[in-house]
Design a protein around this ligand. Structure first.
Ligand code: ADP
Length: 291
């Protein structure tokens, strides 16, 4: 970039879209001057950029949240009003009232699920990175979901490399990622044949990071769904919230990696990510998820 006095300086330019579809889109552009000679300052600047990105994500999400929570609330009010009308008839139609009460309960549950998912995202805003045994953490995730997996008759294959080293992570957040991915995998296989329900979880050392894979033998991810997979509140499930993968993505990005998806109709879906093995393996690892 060129400064007003004509001298050149290195800069980081970031941009993101801000706005809901249907409204006029706005783009925010950030230009941050980088100091080549002062490493620590550059580090802080990069940290601030990541921080700004998270703030923008939060702003974008707030708009979606009010939209998503308003929808079940509106449905509760409409159903309650309709129920009252049915009750005021000379011969109240209790069948209709029952249907409406069920609808109210479902809408209430959906609003509650949305709030619970958000609490998950806001939890642990302070970074709490420690050296963690990833094999033990995977065991813990499997233990949490054990009854769900056996109920759905899913065979589990754990492929944990013998030379795994501890990873430097926020334990609760990565447990949340594993639980989300395994839950999605189990749900994706629910409609398949019982003999073909296999969940594989792998972990192996890759240079200074550990790669984790969660693979299912479900139908894979439809290319149309794939484009929107990580969007907040995008779901194809009845009663789904669509926050699981959005949360996974921001947690994994805060750990200096990205979530990759390999998917095919025949082999199912495989989500993978990597985790740092040292505190400063990536400069942003010590930053909070949301600030
Ligand atoms: P939710 O589980 O509430 O729908 P997610 O963000 O976790 O929210 O997932 C978004 C969507 O991604 C799901 O509704 C589903 O369509 C798709 N998806 C996620 N994981 C898988 C998987 N393992 N196989 C196929 N589709 C998946």
């Amino acid at each position: 970039m060129k400064s007003p006095d004509g001298s050149l300086f290195p800069a980081h330019i970031s941009g993101w879209k801000n706005g809901q579809s249907g409204q006029q889109d706005r783009a925010i552009l950030g230009i941050t001057k980088l100091h080549q000679s002062r490493d620590s300052e550059t580090f802080n600047v990069l940290g601030d950029i990541a921080h700004a990105g998270r703030i923008s994500m939060l702003g974008e999400m707030t708009a979606s949240i009010s939209h998503e929570v308003n929808q079940p609330l509106g449905s509760i009010v409409t159903s309650a009003e309709a129920g009252l009308r049915w009750l005021s008839h000379e011969q109240p139609n209790l069948g209709e009232v029952r249907t409406l009460l069920e609808r109210i309960a479902n809408s209430g549950r959906r609003a509650g699920n949305i709030i619970a998912a958000l609490k998950g995202l806001a939890r642990n805003t302070k970074p709490d990175r420690k050296a963690v045994d990833i094999a033990a953490l995977i065991d813990e995730a499997v233990l949490i979901l054990r009854s769900d997996l056996s109920h759905r008759q899913i065979a589990l294959r754990l492929e944990l490399a013998p030379d795994l080293v501890p990873v430097w992570i926020d334990r609760t957040q990565i447990l949340q990622v594993l639980v989300n991915l395994v839950t999605n995998a189990a749900q994706a296989m629910a409609d398949g044949q019982a003999w073909n329900r296999t969940l594989a979880i792998r972990a192996r050392k890759d240079q200074r990071r550990v790669t984790v894979e969660v693979e299912d033998s479900g139908p894979g991810v439809d290319p149309k769904v794939r484009e929107r997979l990580f969007e907040s509140f995008y779901t194809t499930k009845i009663g789904g919230v669509g926050m699981g993968l959005a949360i996974c993505r921001s947690i994994i990005e805060a750990h200096g990696s990205t979530i990759e998806l390999q998917s095919s109709q025949y082999l199912g879906a495989q989500f993978s990510f990597s985790l740092p093995t040292e505190p400063d393996a990536d400069g942003l690892a010590a930053r909070p998820l949301l600030a």
